[in-house]
Write a protein of this length. Structure first.
Length: 363
């Protein structure tokens, strides 16, 4: 006879609210079904959506229901697992494959099932791995660091930190795939305390293994948390993190290790190119050059992101630059073009008008 349980993050967050009174959003529920087969689930109207193992959508709520499963590492990489989803797989066996004890709890009919001590770890604010199966997937190192950034009052258990350090030292983390590293890193940077993620990665040695040429100072970590509190975008947070990296080769290695999206690379490149010129610009001509280099007419939001990053990392006075951008954009280029008999002089006349309005601003 099948039995259905709520599992994972929904159960964890329920007890984080109850025990620590954390203000957490109500996330989607994940469900595990014990004692059922795919044929039985389909007969009940569930829709099959799982590729690697049986996952089904509820016919009414459309929430995900996964058959209880065991997994065994048989080859390197993300797809190197074998799965057993037989009806004989127990709830405890299913929970044993999860990363942290706080994620290895289940509930049904108001009753808690906690075979690995997740509640005790929540009470004592510990991030502790369930079993040595943790080391079969090195992405879990990044997940632990990310969870610590989400829950800063928690700390990584000594035995878990030791295991993560051993995974890095033994080369087990070398199997990490760039896309999965980026996904976890992205989520961690978007937490309220992203600096903690980086500190955990440094402690276990994974930061040095992945980004050995990126030296993140205490000041940079402080800036990173400040921009998190100001709701900076993902690209802006990456730019803050990398604001003091001068080497193009080092940046390219970092981007390659993460398969970084182009919009992030674009903003980081702009910060790198304009960080010094924008600090020393004193003449109208130099101000206009920076605005042109920043492509403020076509991409004003990107330039505003640049200003946010430099305000955070350098204390830049952004009010002047916002006014300069507004003055430049206010020049009516079409009217100027119509007054020019010599069409070759149009770009020169428009640029001169923009220069004059910046001179007025600076006078």
């Amino acid at each position: 006879m099948k039995k259905i349980y709520s599992v994972g993050g929904w159960v964890r967050d329920h007890f984080l609210r109850e025990i620590h009174h954390l203000d957490l959003p109500q996330g989607d529920r994940d469900w595990v079904v014990v004692g059922a087969t795919p044929k039985e689930m389909l007969a009940l109207g569930y829709q099959s959506v799982g590729k690697d193992f049986p996952v089904f959508l509820h016919p009414k709520t459309h929430e995900e229901y996964a058959l209880a499963r065991l997994e065994r590492k048989v080859a390197p990489g993300y797809h190197g697992f074998e799965f057993d989803t037989a009806p004989t797989v127990t709830l405890e066996e299913d929970l044993s494959r999860r990363d942290l004890t706080i994620n290895a709890m289940a509930m049904a009919d108001g009753q808690l099932f906690d075979p690995y001590g997740g509640i005790d770890d929540i009470r004592h604010c510990r991030l502790r791995h369930v079993s040595d199966a943790f080391k079969e997937d090195p992405v879990r190192i990044l997940r632990v660091a990310r969870f610590n950034a989400r829950f800063p009052q928690f700390s990584v258990a000594d035995e878990t930190m030791t295991l993560m350090q051993e995974m890095v030292q033994n080369g087990e983390a070398d199997a990490l795939v760039a896309e999965r590293v980026f996904q976890e890193f992205r989520k961690g940077l978007m937490e309220k305390h992203p600096s903690i993620m980086i500190e955990v990665l440094k402690r276990c040695g994974l930061w040095q293994r992945l980004f050995n040429r990126i030296d993140v100072s205490t000041t940079t970590l402080k800036h990173l948390d400040e921009c998190a509190n100001q709701s900076f975008s993902l690209a802006e947070r990456f730019a803050v993190l990398l604001a003091n990296v001068d080497s193009a080769e080092t940046l390219n290695q970092f981007f390659k290790a993460l398969r970084t999206p182009s919009d992030i690379i674009d903003l980081v490149d702009l910060v790198t190119r304009l960080r010094t010129p924008i600090q020393v610009a004193q003449s109208p001509e130099s101000v206009l050059n920076i605005l042109e280099c920043g492509d403020v007419l076509r991409r004003p939001q990107r330039f505003e992101s640049l200003l946010k990053v430099l305000r955070s990392t350098l204390g830049l006075n952004v009010d002047f630059w916002l006014k300069a951008m507004a003055h430049m954009r206010a020049v009516d280029a079409s009217t100027i073009a119509r007054t020019q008999q010599d069409k070759s002089q149009i770009p020169i006349a428009i640029r001169q008008a923009r220069l004059e309005t910046i001179k007025e601003l600076m006078s």
